[in-house]
Design a protein around this ligand. Structure first.
Ligand code: PSV
Ligand code: MN
Ligand code: MN
Length: 407
């Protein structure tokens, strides 16, 4: 993008009363964690189409996450999934990540892949299975400690398929009991991010089905427990930005798992089918960042932004770069909302003006802004183009086509 395009953008925004310097600071501060499972042939539901360039080892997942960070400058941490990301020495895993230029982000316990979890993990009627699940949660706290991670992301596949299969209230008590044990093991600076999902794999009921259940649990557990909003986990038509605003106001929005879905699948590129929804979510965050209440401001500022996608028919690294760029784009637009104009229209009861004031920001072209922000930070103006030109894709395709994965 030419200097003149950026100069024009800056002038336009100044005329709209936007402080562009502050917008740039916010954009620089936006960090988005990527998932280790998004780099491997892993974790999708119908069929996993194998790719010759997919990461085959934990080390290769770290390398790919580091590549995404090199091109975007926005993804300094990678989330890990246990036991998918096995290591004999997790301190060494963190050191390896560090030598590649990234850190270990949220630790995700896996309580859904083993046969014994068929009828649930922490809500299983068998006390021995519940005990094993809790043991795994505690092991993940140790792994977080060893890797320097400060967050544990919890998603439970627990649920039922038929009426009568389980006792809702008994399972609720088991869920709470298990998480209390885990909560007690957290260090003072660790956070427990509780995810909810309204269906799947349980199709009759899910033990943590919505944000209200996750919020209630977090409230009961204590201040280190917060709600994790996975954008793909809602019924059609849910107003996610309203949930986000509510949780921000209560100081309990812990983080996001970004992705998109048209119907049930939640593994698609965030902001692809739903850019306006993503913009409206960020508009609520941008508004909270300016709130007079320090609790709301602080909650907004420490949101853990994470991607939770497992690409199946598209190349994984560029899909991740596209996802990061989509998030940056919608946050940039959200930072351009003229909130004074919105407030004025609200006071006047002018519905059309209020809606227009919000939409106006979405309709701005933020490409010159994002390119300028990246260039000023010494990054490629267009991370996707830079990745394509880098030769990384060809290198891993050739190296990983080899039949035997390195140890
Ligand atoms: C399953 O829905 C899921 O996508 C959850 O969102 C978890 O966060 C993720 O898998 C990784 O376990
Ligand atoms: Mn998720
Ligand atoms: Mn999901």
């Amino acid at each position: 993008m030419s200097d003149s395009a950026y100069a024009w953008f800056e002038r336009e925004q100044q005329n709209r009363g936007i402080d562009v310097t502050q917008v740039k600071e916010r954009l620089n501060a936006l960090k988005i964690e990527t998932p280790s499972w998004g780099y491997a042939d892993q974790g999708t539901r119908f069929r996993t189409f194998k790719r010759a360039d997919a990461a085959r080892t934990v080390r290769e997942k770290l390398e790919d996450a580091a590549a995404v960070h090199r091109f975007t400058g926005a993804c300094p941490d990678v989330a890990i999934h246990i036991p998918w990301d096995h290591a004999d020495d997790f301190g060494k895993l963190a050191a390896d990540a560090k030598s590649l230029g990234i850190g270990i982000g949220a630790v995700n316990p896996n309580l859904f892949q083993d046969d014994e979890y068929m009828l649930g993990s922490v809500t299983n009627a068998d006390p021995a299975v519940r005990a094993r699940a809790v043991e795994h949660l505690l092991a993940c706290v140790d792994i977080a400690r060893a890797t320097g991670s400060k967050a544990l992301s919890l998603w439970f596949a627990d649920g039922t398929n038929y009426p009568g299969q389980g006792d809702f209230r008994q399972r609720k008590a088991w869920m709470e009991e298990s998480l209390r044990t885990m909560y007690a093991a957290l260090d003072a600076d660790m956070r427990m991010l509780i995810e909810y999902k309204f269906f799947e794999p349980g199709f009759y009921h899910t033990d943590l089905a919505d944000w209200g259940m996750a919020y209630n649990l977090a409230q009961k557990l204590g201040p280190k427990a917060e709600v994790l909003v996975d954008t793909g986990h809602h019924p059609q038509g849910t107003n996610i930005e309203h949930i986000v605003a509510y949780l921000l106001d209560e100081g309990r929005l812990g983080g996001f798992h970004f992705n998109a879905r048209k119907y049930a699948d939640d593994d698609l590129i965030v902001g692809s089918a739903n850019p306006y929804e993503l913009f409206l979510i960020f508009a609520q965050i941008a508004l909270a960042e300016r709130d007079a209440n320090p609790i709301v401001r602080r909650t907004a500022e420490r949101i853990a932004y994470m991607i939770d996608q497992s690409h199946n028919i598209e190349a994984k690294i560029p899909a991740m770069i596209r996802s990061v760029m989509n998030v940056q784009t919608q946050y940039a637009k959200a930072l351009l909302v003229d909130w004074n104009a919105v407030a004025e229209a609200q006071r006047a009861g002018d519905v059309l003006e209020a809606e227009a004031a919000v939409r106006e920001a979405f309709e701005q072209n933020v490409t010159p802004l994002l390119q300028a922000v990246r260039e000023e930070a010494g990054l490629p103006a267009d991370p996707m183009a830079a990745y394509k030109q880098s030769g990384y894709a060809e290198r891993i395709w050739n190296a990983r086509s080899a039949a035997v994965a390195p140890l």
